[in-house]
Design a protein. Structure first.
Length: 145
């Protein structure tokens, strides 16, 4: 899979970091560190868990990756789209949907300015409960059930 120029620049020339970035870019859904580590080790067995953690941390700090804490306390990750958005997170089936923030953003900016603040970054997470998962123990929409 070809990396975006931004991810290519971040990966640099180090093989281990590039393997981590490529695995993240190839992920179709949110992933845990353990899932990512298994995927990387299948292709690059010399990549250490500490390299994975360092790369995740640096990507988060660079706003290339988003970390989401589920209701259970588990942490999952996904590439940041570069667009402002709201994450809708199901604490039952762990489905995560990203929706545009345009309608809410103006209200949030006006409210912050009335308090004397200027927002630097707006990230919104809405946690919800999946009726299918709670009723039937499985969610037909989620990839993780």
């Amino acid at each position: 899979m070809a990396l975006s120029p931004e991810l290519e620049a971040f990966a640099g020339k180090r093989a281990a970091r590039k393997a981590v970035v490529e695995a993240i870019a190839a992920a179709r859904h949110v992933f845990s560190v353990d899932q990512l580590f298994r995927n990387i080790r299948a292709k690059a067995p010399t990549v250490s868990r500490s390299t994975v953690y360092r790369t995740l941390r640096t990507m988060r700090e660079s706003s290339l990756l988003r970390e989401t804490v589920l209701g259970s306390g588990a942490r999952v990750y996904h590439l940041a789209s570069g667009k402002k958005g709201m994450l809708w997170i199901c604490d039952d089936c762990h489905r995560i949907c990203s929706l545009p923030i345009t309608d809410v953003e103006a209200t949030l900016i006006a409210a912050s300015e009335s308090c004397g603040f200027t927002p630097e970054k707006i990230d919104i997470e809405v946690h919800f409960r999946c009726e299918q998962m709670r009723s039937y123990g499985v969610c037909s929409i989620s990839h993780m059930s």
